[in-house]
Design a protein around this ligand. Sequence first.
Ligand SMILES: *[C@@H]1O[C@H](CO)[C@@H](O)[C@H](O)[C@H]1NC(C)=O
Ligand SMILES: *[C@@H]1O[C@H](CO)[C@@H](O)[C@H](O)[C@H]1NC(C)=O
Ligand SMILES: *[C@@H]1O[C@H](CO)[C@@H](O)[C@H](O)[C@H]1NC(C)=O
Ligand SMILES: *[C@@H]1O[C@H](CO)[C@@H](O)[C@H](O)[C@H]1NC(C)=O
Ligand SMILES: *[C@@H]1O[C@H](CO)[C@@H](O)[C@H](O)[C@H]1NC(C)=O
Ligand SMILES: *[C@@H]1O[C@H](CO)[C@@H](O)[C@H](O)[C@H]1NC(C)=O
Ligand SMILES: *[C@@H]1O[C@H](CO)[C@@H](O)[C@H](O)[C@H]1NC(C)=O
Ligand SMILES: *[C@@H]1O[C@H](CO)[C@@H](O)[C@H](O)[C@H]1NC(C)=O
Length: 410
Amino acid sequence: MVCFRLFPVPGSGLVLVCLVLGAVRSYALELNLTDSGKATCLYAKWQMNFTVRYETTNKTYKTVTISDRGTVTYNGSICGDDQNGPKIAVQFGPGFSWIANFSKAASTYSIDSISFSYNTGDNTTFPDAEDKGILTVDELLAIKIPLNDLFRCNSLSTLEKDDVVQHYWDVLVQAFVQNGTVSTNEFLCDEDKTSTVAPTIHTTVPSPTTTPTPKEKPEAGTYSVNNGNDTCLLATMGLQLNITQDKVASVININPNTTHSTGSCRSHTALLRLNSSTIKYLDFVFAVKNENRFYLKEVNVSMYLVNGSVFSIANNNLSYWDAPLGSSYMCNKEQTVSVSGAFQINTFDLRVQPFNVTQGKYSTAQDCSADDDNFLVPIAVGAALAGVLILVLLAYFIGLKRHHAGYEQF
Ligand SMILES: *[C@@H]1O[C@H](CO)[C@@H](O)[C@H](O)[C@H]1NC(C)=O
Ligand SMILES: *[C@@H]1O[C@H](CO)[C@@H](O)[C@H](O)[C@H]1NC(C)=O
Ligand SMILES: *[C@@H]1O[C@H](CO)[C@@H](O)[C@H](O)[C@H]1NC(C)=O
Ligand SMILES: *[C@@H]1O[C@H](CO)[C@@H](O)[C@H](O)[C@H]1NC(C)=O
Ligand SMILES: *[C@@H]1O[C@H](CO)[C@@H](O)[C@H](O)[C@H]1NC(C)=O
Ligand SMILES: *[C@@H]1O[C@H](CO)[C@@H](O)[C@H](O)[C@H]1NC(C)=O
Ligand SMILES: *[C@@H]1O[C@H](CO)[C@@H](O)[C@H](O)[C@H]1NC(C)=O
Ligand SMILES: *[C@@H]1O[C@H](CO)[C@@H](O)[C@H](O)[C@H]1NC(C)=O
């Protein structure tokens, strides 16, 4: 697949256009369920594939793509009755099952949830899995569609939870079909409303961890560390990780809603540790210098990449976010913490206080724009010195010329 970035309109996010050259492997499915009177009651057509990460017996991680193996059956799919809502149930490959649930309200129906199960006990797909057994991921969707409308979503939708990434595209679905006729009124998903889909060009919005392209500003989250019942460390920030491997940069926005914080507070060091399903740990270690200032001294990270390998790096000789003890450090504009050549953290709307937090609130902030003012001082001094130097040189050359001219006269 070849991807281009097109028309980066300010504020609109970036649009990624991919020309599908090689065949994308997927399950291309179609289901036309009929009721007892042979009238269509549920219609669905869609493409999907899955990547599953699992731990192997030698403690490393592997990923497999589940895209086109095995026969497909729709056993258990129902149109719904008084007790149960409609359901699409699909079985494929060895031991995979997939269920989508629907429900109805006064003027809408909704796709409530998707449940995907896989069996790591299956030795052909997961030959060296450490734990054998059936695992299930449930995704709550709650997509509301007007009753008697056909839902369409050609854009790629990516669902990511635990060890599973689910891809869906070219989706058409209608539950509660009336009078046996699939509707001609289409209800588009938000992604289709904002993108233009040309016949041979597949337009998608970059997904959280799979697309190595610059992306929107990350959402800011507030993280805290407690010491007993008291908050001892506060950090509010939008975080974007930039991992460069084999000369390719992957940019990952951290979702604060699925990221947890822990840590510890001591008199001269403080630790903020973030975790999520893809971040094993991301440690920020703060230290005190000269007994009156704090700064970010160390970053230590370990995270799972999409291909299943683990990326780890640490640097304990950093010097960022410097501010007086008893205050907080603030920076709304984008800043970069360069941990190594291969790992950078871009921060947005940052405010952090690793020491002396009182009553769970930030103290007065030292703003990073003050850093900019400090920059101006050396620049001004440098410019003045350069000016003096030029004057001295001018004076020297003028003097030399006069002297020389004087000789010629004699
Ligand atoms: C699975 O689907 C995604 C989205 O269309 C695609 O990028 C990827 O290449 C597919 N996986 C395989 C193995 O074809
Ligand atoms: C569908 O599932 C039921 C119960 O799980 C089973 O009895 C039946 O044989 C299955 N039908 C097919 C066609 O697989
Ligand atoms: C879907 O509905 C079935 C009953 O029809 C229920 O057993 C199952 O828990 C539901 N799945 C989810 C994810 O809500
Ligand atoms: C279904 O048929 C009934 C009676 O024939 C009609 O009143 C109703 O408008 C039809 N509904 C739709 C969505 O076509
Ligand atoms: C990511 O890092 C690479 C290499 O350092 C750099 O060229 C690129 O501009 C960075 N991207 C972002 C969004 O920070
Ligand atoms: C995962 O990708 C990285 C960078 O592309 C590569 O260095 C690493 O070897 C890959 N790991 C596996 C298990 O494929
Ligand atoms: C980073 O964290 C790991 C695991 O906690 C630890 O083994 C390692 O020593 C740390 N590295 C640094 C430089 O602190
Ligand atoms: C730590 O960084 C400073 C300045 O960035 C550098 O002078 C020093 O050599 C570094 N120390 C180590 C152990 O890398």
